[in-house]
Design a protein around this ligand. Structure first.
Ligand code: PLP
Length: 502
């Protein structure tokens, strides 16, 4: 037992809430401080080589070069870097991240970007095309998500990604609750599995985050939602599906609780917005989750995931224009002139909106239907294969984001073995598990079979070598067992410091 383990043993009886409250003081104790530093320093030094694999391989530029470097030299270096990084995702070894990835699709998006690279929606007088692209992206997404089955007032905005869509929706609800209901101490009720972006919104906008547990099906516990929502609740959130386990919450029931009490309801369909409508058409068991449900007041859906746009766009949709107005920013007395913008950014890359618009048009309904068909067929093979590995257990009954745990083996060690074979899976905790988010990359010939064969080998290896540890197992192990959240958060800040080190 290490000193750290002994310390964890000693504080195990203290309720978590109290430990978090006391953490600041406990961490000041010299013996605790010493042990924590010892543990995190050794992990941080491993981290640096992981975050900065190019140190020494490519020239670093801490200062501007005295005279500009020849463009061809820069392009050559970029080609070398890309060659090093693209193999893994092209070969389908990566969970999520690159959702389409076929060369002709990428080439097409690049062509659109090149044509529109100067476009800035902030200057829509100069680039009226930005308004065309963005209005049409919003409208196409809204119709896909049930807008035409409502009174058709659904509207929205193009944002830079899922996190921005979520942040904006939460800011919108906070401002509306303040103006309409006089709520000064707002809270949001959401399951523990809803995305971290909601915590970020809570921190940024001073909204209390009330997480409720999930049930045995990994779905939000309805009773807990009912009990937790109160007069200061500005919004209830459900995921379709959630990031950790790929499970869709009971959106219908949750949105009804919200509707009965006059609370807004947000569906986080960042991951599923461009999958579930097509999965439903293909006959998969997709519960209702979109604007067809009268209690749903907003939906986030990421075009840069399964919409197959380039990275940097998402859509936030609202049931009514009245709601959307709380998102806008306008100022009428700034010496810089009349200023207004729909999102957090000022200037924005109109080329990304153009590429997003082009991706949606070139895919069309038949393109999305076919890609979802392929992804879900691959998912069936993978789920079946995992079920056949007795040491692993699927978490719930997911469609294409497939999480698995092991009661007998250290799942993070299995993940590290997969990393050694070139795979890049997502490590999750509370409970400890890993997932693979399937994309079009995994539908290529032989990828699913290779995944399963490597997974079986990884399980066998960890079974035979239970004490052998990889790179991430200790980090996840620390996060899972350490009662001090602040230590883990400081460690993550250290990661970000290293990220920005030249
Ligand atoms: C369900 C869900 N919501 C929100 C997000 C955040 O999206 P982004 O990383 O584009 O900000 C993700 C990202 O994976 C997600 O899976």
């Amino acid at each position: 037992m290490t000193n750290m383990d002994q310390m964890i043993e000693k504080v195990k009886w203290i309720p978590n809430g109290l430990i978090h409250f006391m953490e600041k003081w406990i961490r000041k104790l010299p013996s605790v401080k010493k042990e924590i530093n010892k543990q995190t320093e050794s992990m941080a030094s491993d981290l640096e080589s992981m975050v900065k694999p190019y140190s020494g391989e490519f020239q670093s530029h801490a200062k501007l070069p005295e005279s500009g470097i020849d463009r061809s030299v820069i392009l050559d270096e970029l080609k070398n870097i890309s060659a090093l990084e693209e193999k893994r995702w092209k070969d389908g070894l990566v969970s999520g991240a690159v959702y389409h990835g076929d060369s002709d699709h990428i080439h097409f998006l690049n062509e659109v970007y090149a044509l529109q690279s100067q476009n800035n929606p902030l200057h829509s007088d100069l680039f009226p095309s930005a308004s065309k692209f963005e209005a049409e992206i919003v409208s196409m997404t809204a119709h896909m998500l049930g807008a035409d089955k409502t009174n058709n007032e659904v509207c929205g905005v193009v944002t830079s990604g899922g996190t921005e869509s979520i942040l904006l929706a939460m800011k919108t609800y906070r401002d509306r609750a303040w103006a309409v209901n006089g709520i000064r101490r707002p809270n949001i009720v959401l399951p523990v599995t809803a995305h971290a972006a909601f915590d970020k919104a809570g921190e940024y906008f001073k909204i209390k985050i009330k997480r409720v547990p999930i049930d045995e099906n990994y779905q939000a516990d309805i009773n807990a939602v009912r009990k937790t929502a109160n007069g200061n609740t500005i919004c209830i959130v459900g995921s379709a599906p959630n990031f950790p386990h790929g499970i869709v919450d009971p959106i219908k029931e949750m949105s009804e609780i919200a509707r009965e009490r006059g609370i807004c309801f947000h569906v986080d369909a960042c991951l599923g917005g461009f999958v579930l409508p097509w999965a439903e058409k293909l006959g998969y068991p997709v519960p209702e989750f979109d604007f067809r449900l009268p209690g749903v007041s907003s939906i986030s859906a990421d075009t840069h995931k399964f919409g197959y746009a380039a990275k940097g766009t998402s859509v936030i949709l609202y049931r009514t224009p009245e709601l959307r107005r709380y998102q806008y920013y306008t100022i009428a007395d700034w010496p810089g002139g009349l200023y207004f913008s729909p999102t957090f950014a000022g200037s924005r890359p109109g080329a990304l909106s153009a590429a997003c618009w082009a991706a949606l048009l070139s895919m069309g309904e038949d393109g999305y239907l076919e890609s979802v068909k392929q992804i879900l067929a691959t998912a069936e093979v993978i789920k079946q294969g995992i079920n056949e590995i007795s040491e692993l257990k699927l978490m719930g009954d997911p469609l294409w984001v497939i999480a698995f745990e092991s009661k007998e083996l250290d799942i993070y060690k299995i993940m590290d073995q997969m990393t050694n074979k070139g795979w890049n899976l997502n490590g999750l905790h509370k409970p400890s598990c890993a997932h693979i988010c399937l994309t079009l990359r995994h539908t290529k010939q032989g990828v699913a079979e290779q995944f399963l064969s490597h997974l079986k080998d990884a399980v066998d290896f960890v079974k035979e070598n239970p004490s052998e540890s990889g790179e991430m197992a200790p980090v996840y192990g620390m996060a899972a067992t350490l009662p001090f959240r602040g230590v883990v958060r400081d460690f993550l800040k250290q990661y970000l410091d290293i990220y920005y080190k030249v």
